[in-house]
Write a protein that binds this ligand. Structure first.
Ligand SMILES: *[C@@H]1O[C@H](CO)[C@@H](O)[C@H](O)[C@H]1NC(C)=O
Ligand SMILES: *[C@@H]1O[C@H](CO)[C@@H](O)[C@H](O)[C@H]1NC(C)=O
Ligand SMILES: *[C@@H]1O[C@H](CO)[C@@H](O)[C@H](O)[C@H]1NC(C)=O
Ligand SMILES: *[C@@H]1O[C@H](CO)[C@@H](O)[C@H](O)[C@H]1NC(C)=O
Length: 318
């Protein structure tokens, strides 16, 4: 058992070590020609470690910019300043060699980097808002390494870019994720693979083969369905009925409590009254018993008083 655990740990350690081994530290040697995207994951690979970029003169220089607002703690090093985020109107390229100006339509961009493309001037490109709050771009996207506008109307010829991402889970099993993108008007159409023309997005309950065909971007078992993260919109009448129901419920509980309280009060009042009556009767009996004993009463009277007394005692016990 111990041995198995140890072997697994060793196995997990070796893989990353092998990959990281070749990286140069800051100011070490590197070759710009080795910059590339990983075939499987499409992650950017360079000769330099995570703190540097490969400069054209063949040395690893400190990174000049970053894309992520938050930084992995493993990338923090007190000796190396954290590279800044790029100001708006510019972007940080994959190698982080410094902020560059946004690329105009027709210019070069990197894979999955729509943020490198300058948005089209206001009103030039239509973006149909998604009724399901699905994220949409601003009309300019990076397709096949070039910034284009997503302005192709229904029935016109469009461009398709299909990227296969392959990852490995912790058990070594691979999984693939194919992302297909096109330049049809966002929120209006998708690019049909067979005909490379823009077709209208499919509504809820329409048939589909891929998520991207659905207006809701969610294709399950051949049918477009509402995405799980969609916020539910509730009508005003539902709020009204809920509010009134809560009010009625609270009033009902209050009324029941009041009723119960009143009943309990009445019950204890009656009990007290009976108690006092009994006490008075008891007292009167004792007094008459006393006077009988002191010789002023007949034998009959004494008997009656005695029986009264026993009745009273019985009632009291009851
Ligand atoms: C390489 O270029 C960087 C700037 O990109 C410069 O700061 C550095 O001094 C250069 N190193 C050599 C060895 O030329
Ligand atoms: C919209 O354009 C800006 C550039 O002004 C860019 O930074 C941003 O990433 C774009 N948004 C989307 C969703 O593509
Ligand atoms: C669509 O965008 C392209 C650039 O990607 C542009 O050249 C073309 O004029 C636009 N077409 C329309 C109809 O706006
Ligand atoms: C493409 O065409 C083939 C047959 O012509 C069909 O089976 C397939 O479903 C079509 N694919 C799409 C995405 O429409």
């Amino acid at each position: 058992m111990m041995r198995a655990t140890f072997l697994t740990a060793l196995h997990l350690l070796i893989i990353p070590l092998n990959k990281v081994q070749a990286r140069s530290v800051l100011y070490g040697a590197c070759d710009v020609a080795n910059n590339h995207l990983d075939v499987n994951t499409k992650a950017f690979i360079t000769d330099c470690d995570s703190f540097g970029y490969c400069s054209t003169n063949g040395t690893c220089q400190p990174k000049q910019c970053r894309r992520d607002e938050y930084i992995l703690s493993s990338l923090l090093n007190t000796d190396i300043p954290i590279p800044p985020l790029c100001p708006s109107g510019s972007f940080c390229p994959d190698d982080a060699s410094g902020c560059l100006d946004l690329v105009d339509v027709g210019g070069e961009c990197q894979l999955n980097r729509d943020d490198e493309c300058a948005p089209p001037p206001d009103g030039t490109v239509l973006v149909v808002p998604s009724p399901f709050d699905e994220p949409e771009g601003n009309g300019s996207i990076c397709l096949l390494g070039q910034c284009v506008w997503s302005n192709i109307s229904l029935g016109s010829t469009c461009i398709i870019e299909s990227t296969t991402y392959i990852g490995y889970d912790i058990s070594g099993m691979s999984f693939t994720n194919i992302v297909t993108r096109d330049n049809c008007i966002q929120g209006q159409g998708y690019c049909d693979t067979n005909t490379t023309t823009c077709l209208s997005l499919v509504g809820i309950d329409g048939s589909c083969q891929e998520d991207r065909q659905c207006q809701s971007y969610n294709c399950q078992r051949g049918v477009c369905i509402i995405p799980p993260e969609t916020s539910r919109k509730v009508g005003k009448w539902v709020y009204a009925i809920t509010g009134v129901s809560i009010g009625i419920g609270m009033a009902g509980v209050l009324a029941i409590l009041l009723l119960m309280h009143r009943r309990a009060q009445t019950k204890s009042r009656i009990m007290l009254e009976e108690y006092y009556k009994e006490q008075t009767a008891y007292r009167n009996s004792i007094i008459s018993f006393h006077s009988a004993l002191s010789g002023k009463s007949t034998r009959e009277e004494i008997k009656r008083t005695m029986s009264n007394l026993s009745q009273v005692t019985l009632v009291e016990k009851h």
